[in-house]
Each structure stands twice: as structure tokens, then as C-alpha cells.
Design a protein. Structure first.
Length: 252
């Protein structure tokens, strides 16, 4: 299986797992809550920092020897306000297992100061078969017209989804935004989770330039199939927005 690690930062906090909080550590969690080996997921650390540490490290090891290292430097923007830390690293682990993470503050000229430990569990990759095979279509919330979720489910059973909605902090004339869920995993027969992306590129009135296209990870999304005609959609975006809504099929 492919092993891939890359970094990104987000601005939301919540506790996860068996967290034994000592001074400064508020919580560690994974997004999605039940990560699957071989698929991207997010490890999030939140806490309060005494003084002005130069970075924070979280180092984890499983019984199989697989390691996780999360490192946030002040210059990377990991500190949202003085004394507060909310930052994440996106990882892809090929080896399932339970990982013990040790979190340290690091100050210039000193060794790491341990502030807490936590455990996270990565499930083995499985060939989970989705319970529903006819989820392709347009899904919406009748009480919130104007945005929706377009879902495609090919023969493989996996989902591809486009979420068209309105971005916060933008004028009504320019607020339309598309997010995409291009890949993910069925973590149960009725729950599909993956990374949420957005793309930017040249406007339609100019010649297309592929070099001007950029795809950025902005969060995570989960689709839960409640029935053949009802979905629960949950998204957590990089700007701190959380959306959770029960959707029904849009009937033409």
C-alpha cells in the first residue's frame, strides 16, 4: 500500500480517543473518527501553550513499529492566537493498529517538555460492501433551498460527490462555492468518509491555463446512507465551518 504524508492546517478543536490530559493539552482526535489504513485522514491537536514555544511535536508508535510524527512550528501558523494551539497533520498509514502519541512543547535551546499522551486507532482496510447501490443523484434539504449534494456511485460502490453551497465571508454575488469529495472509503455498510477539496483556476471568460489550476484540501466529509432516499451529510471545512444535515432525493 502507498504511504503518503503531507501537511495542512485547520482551525477547529475537539477531543478524541483516550486522552490523558496534562497541563496544556486539550485533546487529540482523528478526522474521520474511524480512519482506515491506506486512506488519508487528519490528526488534530489542540491545547494551550505556556510561554512561547518554537514548535510542538506529537510522536506516536504502534506495536508494529509504524510511526506518526506531527510537528507544528510557530512560523507555520499553527498558533491561532498567542498561547493557543489548533493544528493538524494529514497522514496516510498503511499499517492499522493502535498508536500511542506523546505530545511535547519545544522551546528554543531546550529539549521537549512532555505535556500529555493519547491513543488513536487506525482500522484495517476492508472490502466493506455498501448497503445501498443506487445513491447517484441530486440530494437536498427542502428547508434550505439553493445548495445541494450531487452524488455519483459507479459499479465499484464508492462515491464521488460535489457539494455546491455558499462560502462564508464573501458577498452574495460571489459566494457560490463548489467542494468535491473525489475519493474515500466505506467505513461501514452505510457510512462513507473522505477528504474534501476545492479547486481554483482561470475564469471562464479567459483562455484555459492548466498551470493556473490548484486543488486544495479544505476539510473532510462523511455521507451516511439512512435509507435509499435519505442521506445524512456532514462536512468540516478549513475555515472552521461545520455542516450536518439530513438530505432527501431531489425528484425531477
Amino acid at each position: 500500500m502507498k504511504l503518503k504524508t503531507f501537511f495542512t492546517w485547520v482551525v477547529f478543536a475537539f477531543a478524541f480517543g483516550a486522552v490523558h490530559a496534562l497541563a496544556g493539552l486539550e485533546g487529540i482526535r482523528t478526522i474521520p473518527e474511524r480512519p482506515v489504513a491506506g486512506s488519508d485522514f487528519v490528526i488534530e491537536i489542540s491545547g494551550s501553550t505556556p510561554g512561547s514555544p518554537s514548535k510542538v511535536d506529537a510522536i506516536g508508535t504502534s506495536a508494529a513499529g509504524q510511526q506518526i510524527t506531527v510537528q507544528i512550528r510557530v512560523s507555520d501558523g499553527g498558533f491561532s492566537v498567542p498561547g493557543a494551539l489548533r493544528a493538524t497533520q494529514t497522514v496516510n498509514l498503511a499499517t492499522p493498529g493502535t498508536y500511542q502519541l506523546t505530545v511535547q512543547w519545544n522551546y528554543a535551546g531546550t529539549s521537549g517538555i512532555e505535556i500529555g499522551v493519547a491513543t488513536i486507532t487506525v482500522l484495517p482496510a476492508s472490502s466493506t460492501t455498501p448497503q445501498f447501490r443506487g445513491l447517484s443523484g441530486l440530494w437536498w434539504a427542502p428547508d434550505e433551498p439553493g445548495w445541494a449534494l450531487a452524488v455519483t456511485q459507479p459499479e465499484s460502490g464508492r462515491l464521488f460527490a460535489m457539494w455546491f453551497t455558499y462560502a462564508p465571508g464573501i458577498s452574495p454575488q460571489t459566494a457560490a462555492t463548489w467542494y468535491m469529495l473525489p475519493a474515500g472509503n466505506w467505513v461501514s455498510p452505510t457510512e462513507f468518509s473522505g477528504q474534501l477539496f476545492t479547486a481554483v483556476g482561470p475564469p471562464a471568460n479567459l483562455p484555459f491555463d492548466p498551470l493556473a489550476v490548484a486543488v486544495n484540501r479544505v476539510g473532510t466529509a462523511t455521507i451516511r446512507a439512512l435509507s435509499a432516499d435519505r442521506l445524512e451529510f456532514e462536512a468540516e471545512a478549513v475555515n472552521g465551518v461545520t455542516k450536518r444535515k439530513t438530505l432527501q432525493r431531489f425528484l425531477f
